[in-house]
Design a protein around this ligand. Structure first.
Ligand SMILES: Nc1ncnc2c1ncn2[C@@H]1O[C@H](COP(=O)(O)OP(=O)(O)O)[C@@H](O)[C@H]1O
Ligand SMILES: [Mg+2]
Length: 371
């Protein structure tokens, strides 16, 4: 095998929140450490973002989906080119793409599995527009081996952290359990910011609850919270993953039928829901298996002060609550750094899924390379 060297990798990622294309120039080292040189949050043009949200609602045609794959590829290329103009070409680009559908269920048609996932952002457009090799489409190979194709960031968490619960709070929330006591495992704990963002937009007209200010101004409606906590997803045994297909606009509109009348109480309660489902997921699926003292939060939710306060209240007192920034890793660019590492491994043919997290039959090299 080729001798491994430090590589310059641009990681590109847009998560379920669809808040921005996060692009980060990273140095990825043979020991699997990653240094972020510079990161940017590149906004989708308004109408492209609106089309993506139509796609999430299942309201676009096949024609529009076809177009959107190439258009999103162009946006990803533009984001990479902002970094390339300043820092020059990287050795490779690693692009997660934009998930438009994730179907991790074992449903069958003619005895053929329908388990599937779709990330768009055509890699050929990124490769030709930047002149760089692109690694993309990481999730498919894991699904081909019976996994859920997610969560993938666990691979990086296992390399970067020791004896911690590494909790991302993006649109969806997911945890990686890294412990000396057992094999690394991880799963989606439930909603992160999706429902908060939706209700902030619906009732207050903003994109999200900046710093958790709206949530700080309201009260938790305990009866509504209890009712939301009964959702069956929270009781499912891992491995499990979820997305906008489940926590859809329809789902949110449905729960809003029994919501408190004050919009700010809705935001406060949904913020508490994310924190409480994380705490309960640990009680149900983590503490019985591993001893844990440290929780490390990342993703946009780490900036929501009210969410962090609720988490502090719901987690056992012995738990130390930290953010990635305490470890010198940006909350904002952690996933980009993780995908830079995944792309680096694909380049060198190093297996980069974690079957104990995804449920795949075995380890494999994820991703497709476009020259
Ligand atoms: N300063 C902030 N205060 C409160 N919430 C924030 C802040 N910054 C980001 N967020 C929340 O985090 C979300 C984006 O998180 P991110 O980790 O990018 O998720 P994803 O991977 O799903 O895109 C935003 O939609 C918003 O809800
Ligand atoms: Mg994001």
């Amino acid at each position: 095998m080729e001798e491994k060297e430090t590589k310059k990798v641009i990681g590109l990622m847009s998560g379920t929140s669809c808040d921005s294309i996060d692009a980060g120039l990273c140095e990825v080292n043979p020991d699997m450490s990653v240094k972020l040189v510079h990161g940017i949050n590149y906004s989708y043009p308004e109408h492209i973002r609106a089309k993506l949200f139509s796609a999430f609602r299942g309201e676009i045609s096949i024609k529009e989906l076809c177009q959107l794959n190439f258009a999103v590829g162009k946006c990803f290329a533009n984001a990479a080119n902002v970094l390339i103009e300043e820092f020059g070409k990287p050795d490779l680009i690693s692009s997660h793409g934009q998930t438009v559908y994730h179907y991790p269920y074992d449903e069958k048609l003619d005895n053929i599995s329908l388990k599937s996932t779709l990330q768009i952002g055509e890699s050929s457009i990124i490769a030709k527009d930047t002149g760089c090799m692109v690694v993309s489409n990481f999730r498919e190979s894991d699904i081909a081996l019976g996994g859920q194709g997610a969560p993938l960031v666990c691979f990086a968490d296992e390399k970067w952290f020791k004896n911690s619960l590494v909790q991302n709070i993006g649109g969806i929330s997911n945890v990686t359990v890294v412990s000396d006591d057992c094999e690394t495992f991880g799963f989606d704990t439930g909603c992160g910011n999706i429902m908060i963002d939706y209700c902030v937009q619906k009732f207050f007209g903003g994109k999200y609850d900046k710093d958790g200010k709206i949530a700080a101004s309201g009260n938790i409606c305990e009866s509504w919270l209890d009712c939301l906590l009964q959702d069956e997803y929270y009781f499912l045994e891992p491995p499990k993953t979820t997305g906008r297909e489940y926590f859809s606009n329809k789902y949110i509109e449905n729960i809003l039928k029994t919501a408190p009348s004050e919009p700010k109480d809705i935001i406060t309660t949904l913020t508490a829901l994310t924190a409480k489902t994380i705490a309960q997921a640990y009680e149900r699926f983590v503490y019985p298996q591993v001893h844990a003292d440290t929780v490390i939060i990342g993703g946009g939710g780490a900036y929501n002060k009210t969410m962090m306060k609720f988490l502090r209240n719901y987690l056992p007192k012995r738990i130390e609550l930290k953010t990635h920034e305490d470890y010198g890793i940006s909350n904002n660019f952690k996933e980009v750094m993780a995908f830079a590492l995944l792309g680096y491994c694909t380049y060198y043919g190093i297996p980069n899924n974690v079957p104990s997290c995804t449920g795949a039959d075995k380890r494999t090299v994820l991703g497709k390379i476009t020259y």
